[in-house]
Design a protein around this ligand. Structure first.
Ligand code: UN1
Length: 512
C-alpha cells in the first residue's frame, strides 16, 4: 500500500466527518468572510484537500456571547444532571471511535492504534467526569463561634476557553471540556488550525449529546481561526479560565496577558523529558519503554522521551540495542501494515529537527542512527524521518531545548545523585522516569525529580487520565485530567452561616 492520494484522503475524511454529524462539502462550500480561510491538510501526503472559512472577530464575539448565555442557564443545573451530558458524549465517542480516530490519523498522522488510544482517553475522561459530577466536594471546618457553621462551596467559573495543539487534537481538549462541563461551565474551543476536522467532529458529537440531554444551546463551540482568534480569547474578560496547551513561547505570551485582567490560566507547555536507566534495570523492559516513549508518535508528544540518562556501565549495551530496535521500526503512511512511525506534522518541524541535529553535532554529539528524511520521492510534500539517537558528551545547550521531533539524546552518569541533577537541569518539568530494580533508587528518584510526572519502570509518555497531568517550571504548572484537577474549573467560596440568633464577632472582637 502506497501513500494515499489527496483525493482518497479527502473522501475518507468526508465520510468520517459525516458519520460524526458534519458535512465537509457544505463546510468547505461556504464563502470565506473577512477572516479568509484555513487550509485542510494531511501530513500523510502533505496535500491540501480543502479550505475552511475562518471565523472573524465578530463571529468569535457572537460565540462568546452565546457561551456566556448558555453558562447562565447551565450553572443552575444540578451537577449530577450535568454529568449526564458527558455520559452521553462518552457513549457517542465510543460509537464513533473509529470515525474520530480516522480524522486524527488524517490530520495528525498518528497510527490507527495511537489514534484510537487518543479517542479512548476521551471516553475515559467522560466516565471519570460523570463520577466527578457527584464529588465536587467542599470541606466544612469547625467554627470558633457557637451556633455557626464554617464551610466551603464550589461554584462554576463561567466560559472556559480551551486552546489545544495539533499533536493531541482531541484528547487534551476533552480532559478540559468534560471537567469544565460537569463543573457548570460553558466551553469555547480554539483548536490547532492544523486539525480542524477532528475538532469539528468531536464538537459535533458533543453538540448532539447536548441536544439529546436538553443542555442549553451554545454551551460548546469551536472557533476556526489562527493565532489571532486565540488572542481574542486571551484578552476577553468573558473567558474566566483559559486552558492552553502548546509551546513555552505561546505560554509566555498568554499567561501574563490573562493575568493582567485577573483571569485564570491553566498552562500545559513544553516538555523535555528524561529517563534514567540504572544498572539494575531490566534492560529488555527498559528498551521497550524507551523506544515507545522516544520514537512513538514520531516524537511529537509533550511527554516524548528526549533525554536518556544511562549508567556508564550499561550505556554501550543499551544504546546498541536501541539503535538495533530503531532499525526495525516501520516508517511511513500511518495506516500501512507494520508502520509505527508516521510523518512529522510539516516542513517546519522537519527543519527544526535538522537544525537540532546539526547543533548537536557542533556541540560534540555523535549521531548513532537516524535523522534522514525518507519517502521524499513518493510523498514530496510530506515529511517522514528516521527517528534519531545522538550520543552527547553532556547536556549541552541543544539538549536543554525541546525539539518537537524524534531525537533521543544519550548522556551517561555514574551515581544516582548526578542522574537526578541531570534530570532536573533543564528549564522544562513535565515528565520523568527511572528504570531500576532497586527500590531505594526508585524512591530517591521520585523524591528528587522536579517534574509533574515521575514514573518507575515505564517510559515518560502514555499517562492514564486518572492522574493529574501537567508539569512544573517552563511547562507552566497547570494540572488537567484526573485526581483533583477539577478544582481549576471552579471557584471556591468560604461560607460562614450563623444560626445562633446572636452576633458574636470572630477573634472575640467587641463592637456596638
Ligand atoms: C500531550 O502530548 O500534550 O501522556 C499530551 C501521554 C498522553 C497525553 C500527552 N496521555 O502521552
Amino acid at each position: 500500500m502506497a501513500i494515499p492520494t489527496t483525493d482518497e484522503i479527502r473522501s475518507r475524511a468526508a465520510a468520517a466527518l459525516a458519520a460524526c454529524g458534519a458535512d465537509l462539502d457544505a463546510l468547505t462550500a461556504r464563502q470565506p468572510g473577512p477572516a479568509g480561510s484555513l487550509p485542510l491538510r494531511s501530513p500523510i501526503d502533505g496535500g491540501t484537500f480543502g479550505q475552511l472559512p475562518a471565523d472573524s472577530p465578530d463571529d468569535i464575539d457572537a460565540t462568546l456571547d452565546a457561551a456566556q448565555q448558555a453558562f447562565l442557564a447551565w450553572r443552575r443545573v444540578p451537577a449530577p444532571e450535568r454529568g449526564q451530558l458527558v455520559a452521553r458524549w462518552g457513549r457517542l465517542l465510543a460509537e464513533h471511535k473509529a470515525d474520530l480516530a480516522t480524522l486524527v490519523t488524517i490530520e495528525a498522522g498518528k497510527t490507527p492504534s495511537e489514534a484510537a488510544g487518543e479517542v479512548q482517553e476521551m471516553i475515559d475522561i467522560c466516565e471519570f467526569a460523570l463520577g466527578q459530577s457527584r464529588q465536587l466536594y467542599g470541606r466544612t471546618m469547625p467554627s470558633e463561634r457557637p451556633g455557626h457553621r464554617l464551610m466551603e462551596t464550589w461554584h462554576p467559573l463561567g466560559v472556559v476557553g480551551v486552546i489545544s495543539a495539533f499533536n493531541f487534537p482531541v484528547a487534551v481538549y476533552s480532559w478540559n471540556t468534560a471537567l469544565a462541563l460537569v463543573c457548570g461551565n460553558a466551553v469555547v474551543w480554539k483548536p490547532s488550525e492544523k486539525t480542524l476536522l477532528s475538532s469539528l467532529a468531536a464538537d459535533a458529537l458533543l453538540a448532539r449529546a447536548a441536544r439529546e440531554v436538553g443542555a442549553p444551546e451554545g454551551l460548546n463551540s469551536v472557533i476556526a481561526a489562527g493565532a489571532d482568534g486565540g488572542r481574542l480569547l486571551v484578552d476577553d474578560p468573558r473567558v474566566a479560565l483559559l486552558s492552553a496547551t502548546g509551546s513555552v513561547r505561546m505560554g509566555r505570551a498568554v499567561g501574563p496577558r490573562v493575568a493582567e485582567r485577573f483571569g485564570k490560566v491553566l498552562l500545559e507547555l513544553g516538555g523535555n523529558n528524561a529517563a534514567v536507566v540504572a544498572p539494575s534495570a531490566d534492560l529488555e523492559l527498559a528498551l521497550r519503554g524507551v523506544v515507545f516513549a522516544a520514537a512513538g508518535t514520531a516524537g511529537q508528544r509533550c511527554t516524548t522521551l528526549r533525554r536518556l540518562i544511562v549508567h556508564k556501565d550499561i550505556s554501550a549495551e543499551l544504546t546498541d540495542r536501541i539503535v538495533a530496535a530503531y532499525g526495525t521500526l516501520g516508517i511511513g503512511a500511518p495506516e500501512q501494515k507494520g508502520v509505527l512511525v508516521g510523518p512529522l506534522i510539516d516542513e517546519n518541524s522537519h527543519q527544526a529537527m535538522q537544525n537540532a541535529l546539526k547543533a548537536a553535532v557542533e556541540q560534540g554529539g555523535e549521531v548513532l542512527c537516524g535523522g534522514s528524511r525518507v519517502l521524499a520521492d513518493e510523498a514530496p510534500d510530506a515529511w517522514y524521518v528516521e527517528p534519531a539517537v545522538v550520543r552527547m558528551p553532556g547536556q549541552t545547550e541543544i539538549v536543554r531545548e525541546e525539539t518537537f521531533a524524534p531525537i533521543l539524546y544519550v548522556v551517561e552518569y555514574e551515581d544516582l545523585d548526578e542522574a537526578i541533577a541531570l534530570n532536573n537541569e533543564v528549564p522544562q518539568g513535565l515528565s520523568s522516569a527511572i528504570f531500576t530494580s532497586d527500590l531505594a533508587e526508585a524512591e530517591r528518584f521520585i523524591e528528587g525529580s522536579d517534574c509533574g510526572i515521575t514514573n518507575v519502570n515505564i517510559g515518560t509518555s502514555g499517562a492514564e487520565i486518572g492522574g493529574a497531568f501537567g508539569g512544573e517550571k517552563e511547562t507552566g504548572g497547570g494540572r488537567e485530567s484526573g485526581s483533583d484537577a477539577w478544582r481549576a474549573y471552579m471557584r471556591r467560596a468560604t461560607n460562614t452561616v450563623n444560626y445562633s440568633g446572636e452576633l458574636p464577632l470572630a477573634q472575640g472582637v467587641e463592637f456596638l
